[in-house]
Every structure is written in structure tokens, then in C-alpha cells.
Design a protein around this ligand. Sequence first.
Ligand code: HEM
Ligand SMILES: *[C@@H]1O[C@H](CO)[C@@H](O)[C@H](O)[C@H]1NC(C)=O
Ligand SMILES: *[C@@H]1O[C@H](CO)[C@@H](O)[C@H](O)[C@H]1NC(C)=O
Length: 267
Amino acid sequence: MKLAWELHCFAFIFMIVLLMQGCDASVLLDDTANFTGEKTAGPNSNSIRGFDVIDNIKTQLERQCPGVVSCADILSAAARDSVVALGGPGWNVLFGRRDSTTASLSAANSNLPSPASSLSALISSFSNQGFTANEMVALSGAHTIGQARCTTFRNRLYNDNNINASFASSLRPNCPTSGGDNNLSPLDSTPTNFDNRYYNDLINQRGLLHSDQELFNGGSADAQVTTYGSNSATFFRDFASAMLKMSNLGPLTGSSGQVRTNCRRTN
Ligand code: HEM
Ligand SMILES: *[C@@H]1O[C@H](CO)[C@@H](O)[C@H](O)[C@H]1NC(C)=O
Ligand SMILES: *[C@@H]1O[C@H](CO)[C@@H](O)[C@H](O)[C@H]1NC(C)=O
């Protein structure tokens, strides 16, 4: 669990479903509101929200069965269950991961992939973790759910050429050239469904992040985006297998690491 974007992936997906099932479901269903208050208080607010939920699960598990289920296993299972609950594919999560004794969850999560990345930067950053370009395109489909803060896509709204004009105008009021940094917009047009709409949005130049639109911008990933846009079964199959691969990347097992009592710190 030491890869920054592995955490990004697990923690965010996980958090979304819990918010939907909890009493705050409405915050995710309203795709244009300005959530500048409790939901996004600062740059780390996404991770803070996610970790609150993880803490609650962990507390309940520790009560029933102390010292057995690691935080890494909680995240892996929750990411899978969340995708399934939102209508996406399932995969087999193997259990028995142990938690790192060095990196803290929040420290690792502070280094998110840059939303300003080019296609070649995305390919090489995933390649450094052992993923092919095809797997990177499939994993990016996680942006079929959830939202992003204005600060992560402002530059795209005002400076990119490859953005659908009506899409850009619809987003600008909630993400002005200055201010509103924490205002949220959905990452695709159906942000609470796990489906292949993200890819169809890219085809219509409606990717929210610059990095999203890089996947369909006349480059080497275009054909795969087109395939996923017209064939959700293929996307689901590839997403599930890339997630399985991610969840099995160099886990700590046996006597390495520990089972944390509190996911926020080592024992
Ligand atoms: C391809 C490289 C990626 C980049 C550049 C990227 C970047 C981002 C950014 C900037 C946000 C908004 C965060 C914020 O507002 O603070 C975001 C949200 C999100 N990302 Fe990624 N991401 C990438 C890959 C992934 C992967 C591989 C997954 C999971 C498999 C993932 C899952 C999510 C989810 C579910 C959200 C929504 C979070 C929410 O609603 O709060 N991302 N991503
Ligand atoms: C969001 O903010 C914009 C600009 O501040 C405002 O015009 C709009 O009414 C707000 N929308 C909601 C749902 O609060
Ligand atoms: C802009 O978005 C609309 C609605 O999705 C779509 O019909 C249109 O083709 C898009 N324009 C471009 C240039 O992709």
C-alpha cells in the first residue's frame, strides 16, 4: 500500500460508496453544488474524508476481532465492494496483507498523480509501477465515479483547446479564474454509476481533468478509449484485471509489517 495512486484509487473509491450509503448520500448526487464547507476544507480534505470512514470500519473490526484485519486488506476489499455497489465489475481480493511500519497512509496519499500530466507522463508513471499503457487507460476509467476540485481542472477550463465548448461554459461559473478552489464538479456525466460513460465523455471532449482528456487527444490511446466507449464489457473485464493486479502488488505478508490497531499510525 505504498504507491501514492494506489491509495488514491482505493481510498477514494471506497469513500464514495460509503458516503452514498450513509446519511450524506445527497452530497454525491448533486453534481453541480458548491461544496466548499465541511466536505472540502483544504487540499487534503479528500483523504481526510476517506480516512474517517476507514477509521470507523477499523474500530468496529478491532472490537470484534482485534489485531487480525489489516488496514491494507480493508482498503482492498472496500475498493472492490464499492465498485460492485456502483454497478461495476467484481474481482477476487486475496487477503492477508499486512500494514507498513514506515509510511503513513496520509503521507503516502499526499503525492497524487498530477492532473496536468501528458499522455507520455501518465504512461511512464504507471510503467514505473509495472503497468502497461493499456492497463493505465483501463484504470483511469475509475474516474467514471466521483468528483474533483476546481483547482485540479481550472487550467483546462480556461487554457485547453481540446475541450467541448458547451461543457467548458457550463463548468466555468462554478470554477472561476480565481476563487472557488474547492468547488467540486463530477469527473464524468454519471458520477455515481460505475459505467463506461467516462470514455464516451472523452470522445466528446468532455474529460474534466487535462490528464483525462490526454487519453483521447489524437494519440496512441485513442483506439482503446473508442473500444471502451462502445463496449462496457471489455472495459469492465480490463478494469477488474488491472485492479486485481494492483491489489496484489508487493503486499507485505507473513511476519513483515504489522496489523495496525489504528490505520492512521503505526502501532
Ligand atoms: C491516471 C492518473 C490519475 C490522475 C492524474 C488522477 C487525478 C485525480 C484528481 C486530480 C482527482 C481529484 C482530486 C481532488 O479534487 O482533490 C481525482 C479523483 C479521483 N480519482 Fe484519480 N487520478 C488518476 C488515476 C486514478 C486511478 C488509477 C484511480 C482508481 C483506480 C482513481 C480514482 C479516483 C476517484 C474515484 C476520484 C474521485 C474522488 C472523489 O470523488 O472525491 N484515479 N483523480
Ligand atoms: C454555485 O456557485 C455559483 C457561483 O458562486 C452560484 O451562482 C450557484 O448558484 C451555486 N450553485 C449552488 C447549487 O449553490
Ligand atoms: C460536445 O458535447 C456534445 C454533448 O455531449 C456532443 O454532442 C458534441 O459532439 C461535443 N462536441 C465535440 C466537438 O466533441
